[in-house]
Every structure is written in structure tokens, then in C-alpha cells.
Design a protein around this ligand. Structure first.
Ligand SMILES: [Cu+2]
Length: 448
């Protein structure tokens, strides 16, 4: 057998066994397992998984495989991406301060790679910077990284070889280290999210690594809303959300319903005296932030506050149609662009109705800008948006989506009038029209 064939066969076997272990460890198959083992609460990587390890001569041994994969951002959008062990992000590595770890890295990509352990204190030669601290891991090769964990906290891993391409293609993962003596204020649920952006242009199926600013998809753990799982908790539980950012933008992460505390970062969990109350925390590029809160019943939005980051694919060079009466020119434009539909005169909210109805078919393999549906209608969000769902009656460790919140009666915002001239509100400035008849006809229940 030629060397390359042997490597391919060995690699396929490794990959297959990694996948079967992955399935066993998949969060969906472990809904009701006890939440605690070996002194820590395992993290829950939404839509993701934690890599199983084995003890080998007192060393915790992990095996990562860098490879091309097929990934689904949400039903309706798939792409050829690069990741680890079959997924993007790669599996979460989870260990305990003081552990000796060995991480085998097999390269099944068509180009060389390395892995940098972002934020970890280790010998320089284990730092994973191609050319500086090690030779490249060539296609087909396996390298071993080995070091002792001297810290705890939320960390990441990613290539330090052809980073622009390899990270744009999805190569990244989380590396969580638990403190060896437990935590003075333990958490009941420990979520982990990795933020990223993708230039998956409408109608295409491979991310474009050359894009610097105008991205199409904004993801938490490489998924967009509504495909991002909710963060589920029981009323009164202490919940931690660990957030890492390996995208090309900073993300002000905002949560409704509570003042969360920022309790940790790349530097581990901070002393309680340093915790601070916030409702929005910027997670900068290359940074990690841990936030914690005591769960309050309800369905609460949890999202990036950059408004374009809670949208899916959109054109970046379309003209501004806001306020433009396009009646009459739609037919003319259709002679040039068959299927063109005049839109946007009154804002983009109608977009979801058009795409839902199927009469405005977008490009292949391309998600509508906003897709979510809630108990009160279209949610009008996509991208980096999900929900924190807190209920009084959940069992510990039950992460299943509990459905929509049943609001106590009298606690939901309600309509008191459908007359635009209702009441006598104080107004200043220069309102442009007092003609209520000029408003578009309400179409809350419109079906195309
Ligand atoms: Cu953002």
C-alpha cells in the first residue's frame, strides 16, 4: 500500500470512530444524563458537541481532524465549509486546570494547517504558529500538541496557517478549562457560544474568504436563527453563557429581561468584587466574555445588537427604496429583471411575508433575511439571535425546547385602538402628515 493510501485509510477509520464517539456524546442524545461529573458542570455548546477524550498514560488525549465538511446554517442554506471532526465549529474541548493534555491533530484538508490554542499558557513550541513555533502540518500528517493546563477559563482554538482562508471557512472551536477546586458560586447551566461571520453570497455554496466587511451570515456556533437552539433554564437557576468571537466584527451581545453580570473573560472567572451589571457586553474580535444571570421566567431575546447582524443574506449594493413610490415602474423593471418585485417603500417587514408565500423566490441555497415564527406572528429576525427560555417546572439538566411561554393573564401588551388619530399625544418637531388615510392598510393577517 502506498503511503498516501495508507494515510487515507487510516484517516477514514479515525474519522469514522471519531464520528461514532461524537454521536454518543452528541448533546441531543444526552438530554437526561446527570448534569455533574468529576466535579464540574459540563458546558453545553448550543447546536454543537464536546469531544470525547481518553486517558493514555496519565494524559488526557484528544484527537482533532481538520477536514472539509458539508454544513447547514439553517434549513435552506448548506455550504462546503472547513471544520474539525465533521463540524463547524469543531467540537468543544473540555478539561480541568492541572490536566496534562495531548491533542493529536490530523490534517485532511487540501492545504497545510496548524492549531493555535488561543489564550492558553503553554510552552512556546506548542503555540501553533506556522513557521514561528513549528513546521506546517501537511495534508495527511498528524501532529501532537502536549502541555499541562495552568489556568481555567473560556478559550478557543483556530489555525495559525493561512488564517484568512481557514477561519473564513469555519475552522475554530472552544477550549473550556474548569477550575480544579470547583467554583465558590457554582452555575447550574453553562452554555458556550462561538460567534462568526460568513461571506456565503446569495446563490453560492462555498464561503468567500476574500470578504473583509460585507458578510452574508452572522452566526452563533455556525448557525443562524431560527436554527440556533434556545438557552433553556429553570426559574432561579444560575446560568453562565461563555461567548467567544472569532469573526471579523465586534458583537455587542444584548440580553432582555435581566441585568446579567460579566463574570469572566480570557483571564478566567473574575473575583466576585470585579463582576459588573450590564445588559449589553461587547465581545471584541479574538476576545471571550462570560456572563451570568439568575433565570427569570419568560421567553427573552438574546442577540447581537448590531442590527444587520440579526439578519440573514442580503444584497449589499441595493438602492434605498424607503419612501419610494414604485407603482408603475415595477412592470418596466420586470422587462429587464423578470420576477422583480417592488418592495421596501414602507420598510422591509413585508419581506418575510413575500418569501414565506413562495411567490418571491430568492436565489438558490439562500435564506430569507428574516425567518423566525413566534406565537404572535413573524419574529422578523435571523442571524445572531436566539431566545433564553425560562420555565418554573423544568428538571435539572433538561435542555429540551419547552415551546412558547404561557404569559400570566393581563401581562401582554395589547391593542387599545386602531384609529391613528386616537388620543391627544404630545408631539414636537415637524410631523410630515396628519392624514391618517395616507398610512398603508394594516396587513397583520395578510396572506399572499
Ligand atoms: Cu454582531
Amino acid at each position: 500500500m502506498k503511503r498516501r493510501d495508507f494515510l487515507m485509510t487510516a484517516g477514514a477509520a479515525l474519522s469514522a470512530s471519531a464520528m461514532s464517539r461524537a454521536v454518543a456524546a452528541d448533546s441531543h442524545h444526552a438530554e437526561h444524563t446527570a448534569p455533574r461529573r468529576q466535579g464540574y458542570t459540563p458546558v453545553r455548546t448550543l447546536n454543537g458537541w464536546t469531544l470525547p477524550w481518553q486517558m493514555n498514560g496519565g494524559v488526557k488525549e484528544f484527537h482533532l481532524v481538520a477536514e472539509e465538511i458539508e454544513h447547514e446554517f439553517a434549513p435552506g442554506s448548506r455550504a462546503k465549509c472547513w471544520g474539525y471532526n465533521g463540524t463547524t465549529p469543531g467540537p468543544t474541548l473540555e478539561a480541568v486546570e492541572g490536566d496534562r493534555v495531548r491533542i493529536l491533530v490530523t490534517n485532511r484538508l487540501p492545504e497545510p494547517t496548524t492549531i493555535h490554542w488561543h489564550g492558553l499558557l503553554l510552552p512556546a513550541g506548542m503555540d501553533g504558529v506556522a513557521g514561528v513555533t513549528q513546521p506546517l502540518i501537511m495534508p495527511g500528517e498528524t501532529f501532537a500538541y502536549e502541555f499541562t493546563l495552568r489556568q481555567h477559563g473560556t478559550h478557543m482554538y483556530h489555525p495559525h496557517a493561512d488564517e484568512m482562508v481557514q477561519m473564513a471557512m469555519g475552522m475554530m472551536g472552544l477550549f473550556i478549562i474548569h477550575p480544579k477546586d470547583g467554583e465558590p458560586e457554582p452555575v447550574d447551566r453553562d452554555y458556550a457560544l462561538l460567534l462568526h461571520n460568513w461571506a456565503l453570497h446569495p446563490g453560492t455554496s462555498r464561503p468567500d474568504p476574500s470578504v473583509m466587511t460585507d458578510f452574508d451570515l452572522w452566526t452563533m456556533n455556525s448557525k443562524v436563527f431560527p436554527a440556533i437552539e434556545p438557552l433553556v433554564a429553570r426559574t432561579g437557576e444560575r446560568v453562565r453563557v461563555r461567548i467567544g468571537n472569532l469573526s471579523m466584527w465586534n458583537h455587542p451581545i444584548h440580553m432582555h429581561g435581566v441585568q446579567f453580570q460579566v463574570t469572566g473573560s480570557d483571564g478566567g472567572r473574575w473575583p466576585a468584587a470585579q463582576w459588573r451589571n450590564e445588559v449589553t457586553e461587547i465581545v471584541g474580535v479574538g476576545q471571550m466574555r462570560d456572563i451570568e444571570f439568575i433565570a427569570v421566567p419568560g421567553d427573552w431575546a438574546f442577540h447581537c445588537h448590531m442590527a444587520h447582524h440579526t439578519m440573514n443574506a442580503m444584497g449589499h449594493e441595493i438602492p434605498n427604496t424607503l419612501g419610494v413610490d414604485q407603482s408603475g415602474i415595477e412592470a418596466e423593471i420586470r422587462t429587464l429583471l423578470p420576477g422583480y418585485m417592488a418592495m421596501g417603500q414602507h420598510g422591509m417587514k413585508e419581506h418575510q411575508q413575500h418569501t414565506d408565500s413562495g411567490h418571491m423566490r430568492g436565489p438558490d441555497n439562500t435564506l430569507a433575511m428574516m425567518m423566525g415564527k413566534g406565537p404572535f406572528g413573524n419574529i422578523g429576525m435571523g442571524g445572531m439571535f436566539t431566545l433564553v427560555k425560562v420555565r418554573d417546572d423544568l428538571a435539572p439538566g433538561d435542555y429540551r425546547d419547552p415551546g412558547w411561554y404561557a404569559h400570566p393573564s393581563g401581562t401582554v401588551a395589547r391593542r387599545v385602538s386602531a384609529d391613528a388619530n386616537y388620543g391627544a399625544p404630545v408631539r414636537r418637531g415637524t410631523p410630515l402628515s396628519d392624514n391618517a388615510a395616507s398610512l398603508p392598510v394594516p396587513d397583520r393577517h395578510a396572506h399572499h
